[in-house]
Design a binder for this molecule. Structure first.
Ligand SMILES: [Zn+2]
Length: 288
């Protein structure tokens, strides 16, 4: 999968991005609107912007690391002060739907409406026009790349078929310029480790942060050895909890000790990948 033309900047062996999906209530409400009446469930989700985000921003600031935060429009409208604090600390803001809408059951018109509603909220609340997109639930469609290109996005981070960024074909004709894909993976997502909302989501197991630190450290070491791109995805309502945030801090310490590891927001990694003249990749659906 990796394009032989891919190279990191001089002096860089591998790259790493720290990313957060600030889902808050939206990821629950998209699937279960009736959960809006469940105060305890809603506060479990609101822990993200209310308590997790300030703790995580403090850790990132102490370490001098800039991260990427994908913010659903609903979160921006509900918790404007928390998301403005993210912006004001110099972190990148990306698009993550409006109400974390699942795209695999959306029509083309609905998918575009969700994109536009999200853009409107990020503009109204933050004055931000995001460069990057991450599909809610990491469920992009074959339409998504073209839609992102038409609306001026420079990169997506929702696909899973590579260890390095690559260029993505977005359609036919000269107007369909390629965008960058920065791949993600379930093994580097905190949802599978920590999410437990009875009757709604999660594995039903709350893992020890020590186990998670080991899992992520092993992947970090192996990706660095291969010169890949380590993209960690977390949710402030999960990793924002005290012992999990402390484990993240230890992982960041470990990362900062790796010589030649470029820790950067996704927009910077995407800009580098876009400069390399890579051959764009086309995804076509398999026949069932
Ligand atoms: Zn999400």
């Amino acid at each position: 999968m990796a394009d032989p033309a891919f190279a990191w900047p001089a002096g860089v062996r591998a790259a790493a991005a720290i990313t957060f999906d600030v889902d808050a209530e939206s990821a629950i409400l998209a699937d279960a609107p009736e959960a809006a009446a469940r105060l305890s469930v809603m506060t479990h989700q609101a822990y993200g912007p209310r308590t997790g985000v300030p703790r995580l921003l403090g850790i990132l600031e102490r370490r001098g690391i800039r991260a990427t935060f994908f913010v659903p429009g609903h979160t921006a409208d509900r918790f404007p002060d928390a998301v403005r604090a993210i912006r004001d600390r110099g972190h990148e803001i990306g698009h993550h739907g409006y109400l974390h809408e699942p795209l695999f059951r959306a029509s083309a018109e609905e998918e575009e409406t969700y994109l536009l509603r999200g853009l409107d909220a990020l503009d109204r609340v933050l004055g931000v026009r995001p460069e990057g997109y991450r599909a809610p639930w990491w469920e992009a469609t074959y339409r998504t790349p073209g839609l992102l290109a038409r609306h001026g996005f420079r990169y997506d981070s929702s696909l899973m078929d590579a260890d390095l960024p690559y260029l993505l074909v977005t359609g036919e004709g000269p107007a369909a310029r390629p965008i960058v894909e920065i791949p993600i993976q379930w093994g580097l997502d905190d949802w599978e480790q920590y999410a437990f909302v009875p009757g709604l989501t999660g594995s039903g197991v709350i893992e020890s942060p020590a186990k998670v630190l080991e899992l992520w450290s092993l992947e970090l070491d192996a990706i660095v050895a291969e010169g890949g791109c380590f993209v960690l995805t977390m949710h402030p309502f999960l990793t924002g909890r005290a012992s999990r945030a402390a484990a993240l801090d230890r992982l960041l310490e470990r990362m900062q000790a790796v010589e030649g590891l470029w820790i950067a927001p996704l927009c910077e990694i995407a800009a580098h990948a876009a400069s390399l003249g890579l051959a764009p990749v086309t995804h076509t659906p398999p026949s069932p």
